[in-house]
Design a binder for this molecule. Sequence first.
Ligand SMILES: Cc1ncc(COP(=O)(O)O)c(C=O)c1O
Length: 436
Amino acid sequence: MIRIDKRIKDIMERDRKVFLTTTRGDNHFIADHGDGDFVYDVSGNKFIDFSSFISVYNLGVNGNKEIRAAVKAQVDKLMHAAFTDYRAELPVLFAEKLLKFFPSGFGKMFLSNSGTEANEAALKFSKLFTKRQYVLAFYNSFHGRTMGSLGLTASRAVHREHFGPFNNTLHAPFPYPYRCKMGHSTEECGMEQIDFIERNIIGKEAAGREIAAIFVEPIQGEGGYIVPSRMFMRELRRIADEHQILLVSDEVQAGYMRAGKFLAMDNFGIKADIYTMAKAVGGGLPMGVTVTKSSLGDIPAGAHANTFGGNLASVAAGYASLKYLEKNYSAIERNVRDNGKAIMKRLNEFKDGYEIVGDARGLGMMLAIELVKSKRGKEPAVMDRDKVVAEAFNNGLLLLPAGQSCIRIIPPLTVSRDSLDKGLDILEKAIKTVSR
Ligand SMILES: Cc1ncc(COP(=O)(O)O)c(C=O)c1O
């Protein structure tokens, strides 16, 4: 059992006074240090990390020794080199290595500082490349919170309330196999949504020739870890091809091996035209990347730029992460596959054993459970979800919610089987306690 002492309460109090509200609520975690599978708070409480700090620490909490050494060495040399005005070799080395993880035909990228910026760049580039004005995104999606990407985001009204209008963004329903109204299987679910796009959006709202891009998360993250069918993604590709619309895969959360492959879209057997990445790609420091297909060409000088994209400290972390991943690729791939299977097995046991666990799903190690009031009615059990997260926290497991009533299971991809089992035991105990 962890201890919430005076120091923690005091920092929470001071934090509330100086910071505008974010999404933290009453969470008592006050970070201090971490390594590998574990993180410690300021009062010495130890936690198993099942959050990867929002899918950033894919290679272990606080990166790993190699990443940290690379950052330290770079910080002593030069931290910032105004990469959009001057050049440096390190970002070139990083870009060359990153492209090795991409399919052939991808040759250009833009560097920024976050997921939202990576998507802002993709928005601007797709309009520039196509000279079209509309973009299509999905309900339940999350692409960021700056004004352009927020136009695409449609997972919760609170994200958008008072900030609109958002011009030129169209939204279509995303398949949700667990809640498929047609009762279709996971693989069949999605045809109604494709039909909706063709019949209502392209047929009635905007002609295909006016749509610059379709933005899609290969697996919806913040929206509730929803995995669409291969058929749905393939149909999206077909629609994009038919109307020369660019398909943008937002890999900010699902990419970088999280869903079992470097690019989560590869799970569906199709390729996008533009990929966006952030979170894990920076190895623990801020970085966003927008990667475009070479055939799309270049953008005019000055059409897009920033101050900190290509920041040398961030790129040092990103480059060291890529080198580590390259060197240990098979082991990490195997770990994601084997540990992912082991986690899913336990999550399915939770589903079979507890009325409040309605669904267990995901790909690779991007996994989640959805809590419901009853298996039959499937009403989202929002309060029970929050209680499970709090109960697990009190017993030393760090979790993150998603969607209306889901809990993400996203430990670092390098997590040991022992930490995994201990974490899942804590989670099961929390589910059992809340079920009572
Ligand atoms: C799929 C996806 N896209 C974009 C973003 C926004 O990234 P950031 O918070 O770095 O701006 C997120 C953040 O959770 C995300 O999950």
